[in-house]
Design a protein around this ligand. Structure first.
Ligand code: NDP
Length: 335
């Protein structure tokens, strides 16, 4: 039973020294518990926040504690009346082979679902984030221009495709020519711009002749600097993530100083959200699941996974995620 713990807190971008792999005994379930063995571990940008002790919406991982993470796991032993050996479960069991659960924050999945790892992406937290953030906060209307950053990732790829389904013109922003080509040719975006190019502001302006009505913010930093001047009157900005800033890169102070005036004069609605709140909205996840299932069945949503083999490779893969080395939803196949 291997587990990856937080060895130290990163000062900036995480390094291999911040993680440690340990070997421990497989635990035995007590009454009311069951033992899970992880098949897939989800790697997500929010985990960078859990490595820091700065105040946040969720508690951080303690030094020596197992790294937080969602998994798709199998029940291998059970002392719980509602869980049988062989059941497939999505739970937050962390970066480890085995974990005990009492069913809290665990969701039973269809045992025969064709691609269980999708419960960590398209049909799980990232897909739901794209759906709720775009539709509830972004409120895209037919003919409007929607811009999405980290456009080929777990969240961004779904945001852009839903916006296309709603009849919008969709411009992606992604890192590198290959990701941009994929966004246009495979995902059906109208254009996609490489955020590493020197003239990102001009390219974005050229791609958005009518300005920007919805900007789905995943990134912050230079990308937001290019977007802000192009936002239209009454634009909506679902503020989902700021990955360019997670490891301590400071936002541009001059730009920040202009933000309130921009929000005021253009009557822009910029709203941060944490997806966990939407799980509390009665029936909303079920509505998402139904819509997404229908779109996927009709071939209207495409989805790409970046599958890394082996728990021991999770730290490297996670560090890569924060630098754009993943191409699609990053998951680790453990078993
Ligand atoms: P992705 O699969 O999109 O992977 C992260 C991507 O971010 C990288 O592939 C890279 O794409 C991009 N990126 C990394 N560093 C930079 C940088 N410095 N500048 C620009 N782009 C960068 O991850 P997710 O889809 O899981 O997450 C996307 C965003 O959504 C994150 O900010 C995450 O924190 C946020 N999120 C928020 C939630 C909420 O509840 N608010 C829930 C889930 C996710 P590229 O190579 O194209 O640059």
């Amino acid at each position: 039973n291997r587990r990856i713990v937080l060895a130290s807190r990163p000062a900036a971008a995480p390094t291999p020294e911040n993680f440690r792999i340990e070997e421990v005994a497989v635990p035995t379930p007590a009454a009311g518990q069951f033992l899970l063995r992880a098949d897939y571990l989800s790697l997500d940008p929010y985990m960078r926040g859990r490595m820091s002790d700065a105040p946040s919406y969720a508690p951080c991982v303690e030094i020596g504690g197992v790294m937080t993470g969602g998994t798709v796991s199998r029940v291998v032993a059970s002392q719980h009346p509602d869980y049988q050996e062989g059941d497939l479960v999505m739970a937050y069991t962390g970066w480890q082979d085995y974990a005990l659960s009492d069913g809290t924050a665990a969701t039973k999945l269809d045992k025969n679902m064709p691609r269980p790892s999708y419960a960590l992406g398209l049909f799980g937290m990232p897909g739901f984030t794209a759906y709720a953030g775009l539709l509830d906060i972004g409120q895209p209307k037919e003919g409007e221009t929607v811009v999405v950053a980290a456009a080929t990732g777990a969240v961004g790829s779904v945001v852009g495709q839903i916006a296309k389904l709603k009849g919008c013109r969709v411009i992606g922003i992604a890192g590198g020519a290959e990701k941009c080509r994929y966004a246009v040719e495979e995902l059906g975006f109208d254009a996609c711009i490489d955020h590493r190019s020197d003239d990102l502001p001009q390219q974005l302006k050229d791609a958005c002749p009518q300005g920007i009505d919805v900007y789905f913010e995943n990134v912050g930093g230079k990308v937001f600097e290019a977007v802000l001047p192009l936002l239209n009157v009454h634009a909506r900005v679902p503020l989902c993530g700021l990955i360019a800033q997670y490891s301590g890169v400071a936002p541009n102070a001059a730009l920040l100083a202009t933000l309130p005036r921009n929000l005021l004069t253009k009557r822009i609605r910029m709203q941060g959200f944490i997806i966990f709140d939407y799980y509390q909205r009665a029936g909303y996840f079920a509505e998402f699941f139904k819509d997404m299932s229908a779109w996927v069945a009709a071939g209207k949503i495409k989805y790409r996974e970046d599958v890394v083999q082996g728990l021991e490779n999770a730290p490297q893969a996670f560090m890569g995620l924060l630098e754009g080395k993943n191409f699609g939803k990053l998951v680790v196949q453990i078993a």
